[in-house]
Design a binder for this molecule. Structure first.
Ligand SMILES: Cc1cc2nc3c(=O)[nH]c(=O)nc-3n(C[C@H](O)[C@H](O)[C@H](O)COP(=O)(O)OP(=O)(O)OC[C@H]3O[C@@H](n4cnc5c(N)ncnc54)[C@H](O)[C@@H]3O)c2cc1C
Ligand code: FES
Length: 279
């Protein structure tokens, strides 16, 4: 086994130093290496880590912090089961174990370099794209225009809204387009599902799009981009399907001939032969 593969399998003990509530069911956890501080391992935007708590469970999560941040790693985690329920009850100062990095990354140093970028996210789907967005903001001169379309069911479900408003929107030529599914008191922004809003905004097809959200959103965003004339070779997406073995053996995470754990989670859409079932 290659050294890098062996290192990926060795759990590292991480201390959770900060927990912030983003939405009613999403919290963002800041983790540093217990032994010496800093990040547990280097990663690239789009990659994931396996977080575990002995006796509770383990699961894969996108690393939402940018690799340009070497002080800590962050994970935005939706409460939905054994491990995530436990994590949502924990206090800062406690340890977890962490393995990684897993999966491929968005091609920020190759195909995306110099391109006009369009990020499209729904709900917790912002987590992997936040890593790319902050990487692109860090190396801003290496990329063209940046547009971010982000939507959620309600204002309360918009993850990282403080950072979006104070650090992204209108800074360094970054355009943010927020939307929520249904009108709500106190919200004077756009109201529409993300795919409809993408069509309304009507972006030029010279942009390269990066999409993440629930499968049903991804499906309709891809249709919207096709309607606008986008070639699927200019569209990337990342999937958060259920995984078990994590090494391409159990068939739990397959989409057609591809396995999210082995071939992804990031895919260029012209290379996909089908999309996952909607949930
Ligand atoms: C590559 C990748 C990246 C991910 N990134 C994130 C992230 O950044 N933030 C985040 O909150 N989650 C993310 N997930 C999803 C996360 O791994 C699962 O939600 C995980 O099951 C939670 O563990 P648990 O023990 O709390 O839930 P469990 O107790 O295992 O399951 C809870 C419930 O959710 C269902 N379920 C579990 N996983 C999924 C899924 N992926 N899709 C649909 N239903 C599911 C189960 O059937 C069950 O009903 C990611 C998954 C993958 C594969
Ligand atoms: S998780 Fe087993 S094949 Fe992908």
């Amino acid at each position: 086994m290659a050294d890098s593969a062996r290192e990926m399998l060795i759990p590292i003990v991480g201390e959770v130093t900060d927990i912030r509530r983003d939405t009613p069911d999403v919290k963002t956890f800041r983790v540093v290496k217990s032994d010496g501080g800093g990040v547990c391992f280097p990663h690239m935007p789009g990659q994931c880590a396996m977080l575990s708590v002995p006796g509770v469970g383990e699961a894969m999560f996108s690393i939402t912090s940018s690799p340009t941040n070497t002080e800590y790693m962050e994970f935005s985690i939706k409460k939905c089961g054994h491990l995530t329920d436990w994590l949502h009850e924990m206090d800062p100062g406690q340890d977890i174990t962490i393995r990684g990095p897993y999966g491929n990354a968005f091609p920020v140093e190759t195909e995306l370099k110099g391109k006009d970028l369009l990020f499209i996210a729904g709900g917790i789907g912002l987590a992997p794209l936040r890593s790319v967005i902050n990487y692109v903001r860090h190396y801003r001169k290496n990329y063209g225009t940046v547009d971010i379309v982000y939507g959620a069911r309600s204002v309360d479900d918009l993850v990282d809204i403080d950072e979006i408003r104070s650090e992204w929107a209108g800074k360094d030529g970054v355009n943010v387009h927020l939307t929520i599914d249904r009108a709500q008191e106190g919200w004077d922004g756009n109201v529409a599902f993300v795919p409809d809003y993408v069509k309304q905004l009507g972006f030029p097809t010279t942009k390269t799009a990066l999409v993440c959200g629930p499968p049903i959103m991804i499906k309709f965003v891809l249709k919207a981009l096709e309607t606008l004339g986008f070639s699927m070779s200019r569209v990337y997406t990342t999937f958060e399907l259920r995984m078990k073995c994590g090494v391409g053996k159990c068939g739990r995470c397959n989409i057609g001939s591809k396995y999210v754990c082995k071939d992804g989670p990031v895919f260029r859409c012209d290379k996909m032969d089908e999309l996952p079932d909607e949930y």
